[in-house]
Design a protein around this ligand. Structure first.
Ligand SMILES: Cc1cc2nc3c(=O)[nH]c(=O)nc-3n(C[C@H](O)[C@H](O)[C@H](O)COP(=O)(O)O)c2cc1C
Ligand code: SF4
Ligand code: SF4
Ligand code: SF4
Ligand code: FES
Length: 615
């Protein structure tokens, strides 16, 4: 393959698409597929064929567009019109009405994105606040290209960075990555260039290039969407890394629960081999490189670097002490360079546009952009990419549109089980590696869980401890036993059996677990507890001393009752109560049978007259 051949492929692709009047992009990321987008795609194709429009309208599948909350998403042209929730109620009707708009050159108002007040409608995705504040670099082709069509990736500039890199000196490439300021997107934020340099300088052959696509954090789906939506970007980054470091073999470790990512990556690898981007003598440079997919072991700890390598070797995915770094002795005791898939996908952009360009985005210590999955009690949940340094307020209230039901914002959990909860007083905080660490949380791989006044912070700590107790590999005692002890204490507090001194005991255990654990799972396991104690100590005290759960979540500590002065007798609560323990006639005050109430909170969430009180 030569650059001229790349140009030819791009030209041919352009010619192929030019004949169509309209391009219809249907999101076929996991989120939209689960809301029925594959059926939608098939219906679109059928009706287009039936109406004899196949020569005029190109219907294609894309990866995730980010706005999963409103899926299935359908976009016409290049960001011309975005349609949301298409086919959610009636596939045939929606498809027919969209095809009608193509024929009559009109817009289907009903399916447009609606603003908060439900009156303002947006046509182009670029105008929707969720997208308008983003800077999509890593995700620039997600939702745009067909991830299974290598020609389209090439037409959008794909594999040009690889060609350029192969003409560069390997030290120069590492220099560029170092000067760009790129830090690992997998959690720790380690400088990528420095890691590459150590691996290149390490003694021993062969060397291995590894991509971490394990993504075990609850609530996170950034890496999945990238692997599903633009797999070639990850491959291109890895091939460049392989050349720079002096490796001929790469492995992508993909979470076992991500079959679509495995499928799209496999197809991408096959095509890259066919086109000569993988294999022998890539771009006639004499460099050879190949990539193999390895499906994860199904445990959160398998994302840890040494556990991941053991898992690829066919052993149990357990971490080992890192007296010797994996860049020197990693996979099969050979020098190995592991980076997160998002880190790899940044590399082609740095080579294409230069390290100065990348370094000009972000903050002093954290360059470039970061992909986050914004979930929880926020209005627009989904996948976003923002420049490092954007404030939490800009992310949650700007892109996220604020809190569902306009409730009060309470905290945001960043960094998954290794991270912590950040309260409202830090909403103006810029989001970058160092600021989050300073607050006792972490960037992690980019999960952001937004919480409102109806989230109990002690219960949140219990949730993460439950996860970590299950996920601890059990190799070392402080983590195996200590995290379980922490869980037992927090569970007791939530059940109303907290004792004076429990908080101090938790803090003491946290210190011991942090100091004594072998890997970062145990070392960071106390973070969700410590950060909730730091910022929400009054909630712990209310549970322990007053035996009350102020947020109304911990079932043993709450009681729902109806305020007679406020109840209008609208009957909604009685209608929604799952155990039917609310009685009352229409337009009369209702009552709750406390003996039967399971304290689910449905009545509280549904009453429009503020007539249900939590005690
Ligand atoms: C328990 C645990 C789980 C981890 N899971 C992941 C993961 O799913 N994906 C990831 O990229 N890094 C994960 N990491 C971090 C990796 O060990 C490693 O630091 C990272 O893949 C390096 O890539 P980067 O420098 O590009 O961030 C995990 C770490 C720990 C301790
Ligand atoms: S800290 Fe926990 S997960 Fe890590 S090696 Fe020890 S027991 Fe296993
Ligand atoms: S929903 Fe509220 S106002 Fe309506 S009957 Fe129940 S408590 Fe009364
Ligand atoms: S809390 Fe749940 S079970 Fe209890 S009265 Fe309300 S809706 Fe019914
Ligand atoms: S999966 Fe369709 S928008 Fe995310």
């Amino acid at each position: 393959m030569s650059p001229e051949q790349l140009d030819n492929i791009a030209l041919e692709y352009k010619k192929k698409v030019k004949i169509y009047d309209k391009v219809v992009k249907i999101c076929c990321g996991t989120g939209c597929i689960s809301s029925g987008s594959l059926k939608l795609y098939d219906r679109f194709k059928d009706i287009i064929n039936l109406e004899g429009l196949a020569a005029k309208v190109l219907v294609k599948k894309t990866g995730c567009h980010g706005l999963c909350e409103r899926g299935p998403i359908v976009v016409f042209g290049d960001d011309e019109i975005l349609y949301q929730s298409v086919g959610k109620r009636n596939v045939n009707e929606d498809v027919k009405s969209l095809i009608e708009t193509i024929k009559s050159n009109k817009i289907a108002d009903k399916l447009l994105y609606k603003g908060d007040d439900k009156t303002k409608r947006y046509v182009s995705p670029l105008d929707i606040p969720f997208y308008a504040g983003q800077n999509r670099i890593v995700l620039s082709l997600n939702g745009t290209i067909d991830p299974e069509d290598i020609d389209e990736y090439i037409q959008r500039g794909g594999y040009r960075a690889l060609y350029k890199a192969l003409k560069m000196n390997t030290d120069e490439i590492i220099d560029w990555v170092q000067k760009s300021g790129l830090r690992g997107r997998g959690g720790g934020g380690f400088p990528t260039g420095a890691k590459w340099r150590s691996c290149k300088d390490a003694e021993g052959q062969p060397k291995y290039i590894l991509a971490n696509g394990d993504e075990g954090d609850p609530g996170a789906f950034m890496d999945r969407s990238l692997m599903e939506g633009n797999p070639h970007a990850v491959l291109e980054g890895m091939i460049i890394g392989g050349y720079a470091i002096g490796s001929n073999q790469g492995y992508i470790y993909v979470r076992d629960e991500y079959p679509l990512a495995v499928n799209r990556l496999s197809k991408a690898i096959e095509k890259a081999r066919e086109y000569g981007f993988l294999g022998r003598n890539i771009f006639n440079s004499g460099f050879k490189f190949d990539i193999t997919i390895f499906r994860g072991g199904g445990a959160f700890v398998c994302g840890e670097s040494t556990a991941l390598m053991s898992s690829i070797e066919g052993k149990a995915g357990e971490p080992r002490a890192k007296y010797v770094h994996t860049v020197e002795k990693g996979l099969w005791e050979k020098p190995s360079n592991l980076n997160n898939v998002e880190t790899w996908a940044c590399v082609p952009h740095i080579i294409n546009k230069g390290w100065e360009w990348f370094a000009s985005i972000g903050t002093q210590g954290s360059k470039g952009t970061k992909v986050f999955s914004l979930v929880g009690k926020v209005k627009n949940t989904g996948l976003i990419e923002v420049p490092m340094g954007m404030t939490l307020r800009e992310i949650i209230f700007g892109l996220g549109g604020g809190i569902q039901g306009d409730k009060k914002f309470k905290a945001v959990q960043t960094g998954g089980p290794s991270g912590g909860c950040i309260p409202a007083e830090y909403l103006e905080m810029p989001v970058d590696f160092d600021s989050l660490t300073k607050l006792g949380s972490m960037m992690g791989s980019g999960g952001m869980i937004v919480m409102d006044e109806r989230n109990c912070m002690v219960d949140v700590a219990r949730y993460f401890l439950t996860f970590l107790v299950e996920e601890s590999c059990g190799k070392c005692t402080p983590c195996r036993e200590g995290v379980r002890r922490m869980y037992e204490i927090v569970e007791r507090i939530c059940n109303g059996n907290g004792d004076k001194g429990d908080i101090e005991h938790l803090e003491e255990l946290a210190r011991a677990i942090n100091l004594g654990s072998l890997c970062a799972l145990g070392q960071s396991a106390p973070n969700p507890v410590l950060s909730t104690i730091k910022y929400f100590k009054d909630e712990y005290l209310a549970h322990i001393e007053d035996k009350k759960c102020p947020a109304g979540v911990c079932k043993a500590l709450i009681k729902f009752s109806i305020v007679p002065e406020k109840c209008t007798g609208c009957t909604l609560c009685a209608h929604e109560c799952p155990v039917k323990c609310i009685t009352g006639k229409k337009k009369e005050v209702h009552t709750i049978d406390q003996a039967q109430c399971i304290r689910c909170g449905t009545c509280y969430d549904n009453c429009r007259f503020d007539a249900i009180k939590i005690e």
